[in-house]
Each structure stands twice: as structure tokens, then as C-alpha cells.
Ligand binder design. Sequence first.
Ligand SMILES: [Mg+2]
Length: 220
Amino acid sequence: MIRALIFDFDGLILDTEGPIYRSWTEVYEAHGVALPFELWVKTVGSSNQAFHPQHHLEERLGRPLAEEVINRRVERRIELVLAQALLPGVAERVDEAGAAGLKVGVASSSSRDWVNGHLQRLGLLARFDCIRCRDDVEHVKPEPDLYLAVVDCLGVPANEAVAIEDSPNGITAAKRAGLLCVAIPNPITAGLDLRAADLRLESLAEVTLQELLDRLSQTK
Ligand SMILES: [Mg+2]
């Protein structure tokens, strides 16, 4: 029996992945250097430990980036992210889960300020029973720590929880923690290997919560 639904944040609740990638490709292009997508995707769902876009560009240029360039990139990222709407079906599935008596959580490799700030702005913060971010654990995704922290906080066994993820790093984290996992790709992650997930949907708007759970139970 499924007792909890746990959402990733970046690229799943809000499409921050496209904006973050674009904010960096603009800086790379301005310096005449290509940003290799295969290196970039290591960061998706995880952290800059796997690939550091600033350090990589500085190595290629043989000099540090100007502080002004770095600050402008951060501003540009925020500007692009703020232009994004909540992804389709997220609010509806969160509400259905709450109404059905399921616990609802968020597991994110991003900082608490980033996740809570956006959820507050989108009017969703109070609808989650528990949110765990990189501030709360030793290791971000693809390690299982974040999902284990959320199921512990929700008081639900891992195998009775469903993770909803957009990236290979997130899916690996959820499966290592023992959760069921639904993959919902965005333009950045659509071409990556998401086969470790139990089910793949194109959008959270294409199913009701009950349909999602029914389809998941048919995969076992
Ligand atoms: Mg993600």
C-alpha cells in the first residue's frame, strides 16, 4: 500500500533545469567556449561536485572569470527561473495525495532557501508534510540519503513511498533508498537514460493520482 508521495524539486515541480543550463551556456558562448552537454548533465539532480561549470570554463580560459560575470550569471538564472510556471499537474497531484490521506514530501539536492523560497512563492509550501534538502544530509543524490531522510520524517516505510523524479541522479537515489519511482522528464533530461524508474510519464497532468498508482502497481 502506498502511503507517501515524494517529489523532487528542480525540473519536476518547476523547470529550473532549462534556465540554469541556459544561464551557463550564455556565459560560455560569450567566451567562445562550448559547454559539453554530457558534462553538464552530471550536475542535473545532484550538485556541482560532479561537474563545476565555473571551474571548467576557467580551466579552458586559463584565467578566473570576472566577479561581474559570475554575479550576472546568477541574476540571469533567477530571471529565467522566475519566468517559469509550475509544471502541469503538480498542484493537482499534490492536492489529490493530501485528500487521499497520503503523506506528501519533497527531496531535493538543492538548498533549503532555494526550494522553500520557490515553493512559498508558488503557494505550495504549506501543502508538504516534510521537505529535506542538501542542508539536511551528508550526501545529495544519487546517494539515497535525501529519500531516506524524507521517509523517516514522514514515518513511512521506503517501499510504501513513491518518488517522482526527472533525472537519472534522482531516480538512482530513490531506487537506492528502496522507493518506487516515476520518471517525468523535461527537455534537459528527456534524452537521458531513465530506465531505472518503475514507470515513465511525459507529464503529471496526463494521469490522476489514482491512475498513476494503478499503473505503478501493474509494473510489479
Ligand atoms: Mg530534478
